[in-house]
Design a protein around this ligand. Structure first.
Ligand code: AVJ
Ligand code: FE
Length: 440
């Protein structure tokens, strides 16, 4: 690497680290100390745990591993190890108080900026192209999205605010036909892609149809009005069991005031905006809706082909619109808004085949479980992805309004349990071609 480009990368990394930190700061300064220490839901951490955990991972990977420096606080490693401390137990731990946590993050960050100064990116695989720094940037942004979901679960006066997302600019409906072809899934070259996105490999994807937009509140309400929640036909076995045990009747955070449906968003009530993608549904609800609509959920590979395939060259792009990093014109990302945007709000972000809002707005459930790609190698630690492989989880794609652009790309893979709906999750449907439609 030429020294000039090393310096460009150092500056880019410093900027990304700072952007992540200002978001973490915002999410933890708008509520008081008691609220930071409190557990707002047994499936979430106290906000102050996420905050110190972000600093601890930065210390482990950058200060100690990359920098080879002395530990800052080895004594707190166990407290902030997500595998040693189940979420429900985290509020009872002797956690750093908010001011201690902030001081710890500041100390760690100043050491990181010190070692970044003058670092060369041609060493081990961990530092090559700034990977470890990119991983830590994405880690902080992922926890920021988790903290945003905690804010959504929190009860009390509104703490966060943001301008509303843009209105629809075009009308988008119906399905798009994706012809059968070979398609390159994943990446071997995107420098900050995580282990589960690698390596790039070619698969044969038969022709399928996919919705041009995510399923909206209007469409989801039609499923509810048709008795979808009470009709076992649409639900899988485990889905129906869960629907009954959990008493599901509507997406999480929806309220019916006797006249109309609305939702509570970050502490404020609002009537439903009908053309917005539905959000806060679990995998089982998405699956039931798709069955009711005579469709199914896309597989992960189908979703990725819809998002990345360039029909004129057969090449896989980084994003639906091309290889350029997302801007506010392409997608609703980065907590700029506190809601998904209505369908049709991002024509600039559409794919060549005319599939809209694949990136941003809502994470989209797919029908796939979590497996490593052929040739998968855990890197740099098994606990990022590999320990979750198997059929317990379902994959989500595309990112939400709460996902930062650094942690979102056409190849990015997210996962959660099929019952989870505290995340900003929605979906779109797909289907096989009907006999008369094939091979067009
Ligand atoms: C990829 C979002 C499922 O938050 O559990 C954060 C990311 N891994 N710290 C999660 C992650 C370790 C992970 N998800
Ligand atoms: Fe983490």
């Amino acid at each position: 690497t030429a020294p000039g480009s090393d310096q460009d990368l150092r500056l880019r990394i410093a900027g990304e680290l700072e952007r992540a930190r200002s978001r973490s700061t915002l999410l933890t300064e708008v509520v008081d100390e008691t609220e930071l220490m409190r557990q707002h839901s047994p499936i979430m951490s106290p906000l102050v745990w996420d905050l110190a955990h972000v600093g601890n991972q930065e210390e482990l990977w950058l200060v100690r591993d990359v920098g080879g420096r002395e530990p800052v606080r080895r004594d707190i490693d166990d407290l902030y190890d997500a595998f040693k401390q189940p979420r429900k137990d985290r509020p009872a731990l002797p956690l750093l108080r908010p001011d201690e946590a902030r001081g710890y993050l500041t100390t760690v960050r100043s050491k990181v900026l010190d070692l970044l100064d003058g670092i060369r990116f041609d060493g081990s695989r961990l530092v090559a192209e700034g990977f470890a720094f990119g991983m830590i940037v994405q880690h902080e942004q992922q926890h920021d999205e988790t903290m945003l979901a905690t804010h959504q679960l929190r009860v009390g006066p509104a703490a966060l605010s943001a301008p509303p997302p843009p209105a629809a600019a075009v009308s988008v409906s119906g399905e798009v036909r994706v012809p059968g072809s070979r398609f390159t899934v994943g990446t071997s070259t995107d420098p900050w892609a995580l282990d589960n996105e690698r390596p790039a490999h070619v698969v044969d994807v038969p022709e399928f149809f996919i919705d041009a937009a995510p399923v909206t509140n209007r469409e989801y309400l039609a499923f509810m009005a048709d008795g979808g929640y009470d009709d076992e036909r649409w639900w899988s076995g485990p889905g129906w069991d869960h629907r009954r045990e959990a008493g599901l009747t509507a997406p999480l955070h929806w309220r019916h005031d006797g006249v109309e449906w609305g939702y509570v968003r970050f502490g404020r009530y609002a009537p439903l905006i009908m053309e917005e993608p539905v959000v806060h549904v679990c995998f089982y609800e998405a699956e039931a809706y798709a069955a009711w609509a005579g469709k199914r959920l896309p597989t992960e590979v189908e979703w990725e082909k819809a998002a990345r395939w360039d029909p004129s060259t057969g090449r896989s792009r980084r994003y639906p619109w091309g290889d350029a990093d997302p801007t506010p014109e392409h997608a609703n990302l980065g907590q700029r808004h506190l809601a998904p945007a209505p369908v049709g709000a991002y024509p600039t972000g559409a794919s060549p085949l005319g599939v809209h809002q694949l990136i941003g707005d809502v994470w989209e459930w797919t029908s796939s479980g979590f497996e490593g790609y052929p040739g998968f190698v855990a890197f740099p630690y098994q606990e990022y992805s590999e320990v979750f492989f198997g059929n317990s989880y379902r994959m989500l794609r595309g990112g939400s309004f709460g996902t930062d652009r650094s942690a979102c790309r056409g190849t990015f893979r997210n996962w959660d349990l099929p019952i989870r709906r505290q995340i900003f999750s929605g979906f779109r449907c797909a289907r096989d071609p009907r006999p008369e439609e094939t091979g067009a």
